[in-house]
Design a binder for this molecule. Structure first.
Ligand code: HEC
Length: 233
C-alpha cells in the first residue's frame, strides 16, 4: 500500500498545528497591542506606554551594545512569584504592553545587578547615573559593576574655567589637577534611556496593587510623572 499521501497529511497537520499554536494564536493575542489611554485623578489624559525620545532611543542601542542586559533584567514578576515588588523594582508586574516600543525587548535573564524596569523613577537624577557609570565605586562602594570611563572625556580645564557639566569628583576619583571629566553624548544618551525606564502607570491587565499603606500617595506621584515628556538633563 502507498503510505505517501497519509504521511504527507500527517506531516502537514503536525506543522500546521504547531504554526497555529506558536505563531497565529500568540499573534492574535499580542500582535495588535496598542498604547492604553486613561484619565488620571487630575483629569489629564495619560497615554502609556509612550515612544522614547530620539536621545533615549540611541541610549537603548548603547545599553544593548555595552552588554548591560547580561547583568540587569527588565521584568517585574507578579506578587506571589518572587520578591520583585517587595524589593522596590516596580510598583506592579510588567506585561507585554509595557514593551510595545522596545525593539529588541531587553528582558534579560540574569540579575547580577538590580532589575532596571523602573529605574527612571527609582533614581531620576542624571548626575547620579553619570557618576555611577563613570565609576560605580563613587556612588555604590564595593559594586561589582564595571566602570565605563570611555563614555567620558578627561580634558584640561579651559581658559574660561571648569565646564558646568563636568562631574563633581573628589578624593581618589578626582582627575589630575587642572583636568575635568565631561560626559560624552553617548553617556547622556544612555542616561536618557535609563531615565525613560518607568512602568508605574496602571494598565487594565496590570493594575497597581492597592493594598498596603501609602499606596494612594504613591499612585498619585506615579501618574504625575507621565505629564509632559520627561526632561533629560
Ligand atoms: C557585571 C555585571 C554588571 C554589568 C555588565 C552592568 N551592571 Fe549595572 N549594576 C551591577 C550591580 C552589581 C549593581 C548594584 C551595585 C551598584 O549600584 O553599582 C548595578 C547597579 C546599576 C544601577 C543602579 C540600580 C539601582 O537600583 O540603584 C544602574 C542604573 C545600572 N547598574 C546600570 C547599568 C548600565 C547602564 C550598564 C551597562 C552600561 C550596566 N549597569 C552594566 C552589575 C552590572
Amino acid at each position: 500500500m502507498n503510505y505517501g499521501p497519509l504521511l504527507f497529511l500527517g506531516i502537514l497537520f503536525t506543522l500546521a498545528s504547531s504554526w497555529v499554536g506558536l505563531v497565529l494564536m500568540p499573534h492574535r493575542q499580542l500582535g495588535g497591542l496598542t498604547a492604553n489611554t486613561s484619565t488620571n485623578a487630575t483629569g489629564v489624559v495619560v497615554m502609556y506606554p509612550q515612544a522614547r525620545s530620539g536621545e533615549a532611543q540611541q541610549g537603548a542601542e548603547l545599553y544593548r551594545s555595552l552588554g548591560c542586559v547580561y547583568c540587569h533584567s527588565q521584568q517585574v514578576r507578579p506578587e506571589g512569584f518572587g520578591a520583585d515588588i517587595a524589593r522596590g523594582w516596580g510598583k506592579r508586574r510588567t506585561v507585554s504592553r509595557d514593551y510595545i516600543y522596545d525593539k529588541p525587548v531587553m528582558l534579560g535573564t540574569s540579575r547580577t545587578g538590580p532589575d532596571l524596569t523602573n529605574i527612571g523613577e527609582r533614581q531620576p537624577s542624571a548626575d547620579w547615573h553619570l557618576s555611577h557609570l563613570y565609576n560605580p565605586q563613587i556612588t555604590s562602594k564595593g559594586s561589582v559593576m564595571p566602570p565605563y570611563p570611555f563614555l567620558f572625556e578627561v580634558r584640561p580645564v579651559g581658559a574660561r574655567g571648569p565646564s558646568s557639566d563636568a562631574l563633581k569628583l573628589s578624593g581618589e576619583h578626582a582627575p589630575l589637577a587642572g583636568h575635568e571629566v565631561v560626559p560624552t553624548a553617548a553617556a547622556r544618551q544612555l542616561v536618557a534611556y535609563l531615565q525613560s525606564l518607568k512602568t508605574s502607570v496602571a494598565l487594565p491587565e496590570a493594575p497597581l496593587p492597592s493594598k498596603g499603606e501609602g499606596e494612594a500617595g504613591a499612585d498619585a506621584k506615579a501618574t504625575d510623572t507621565t505629564g509632559p515628556a520627561p526632561a533629560t538633563k
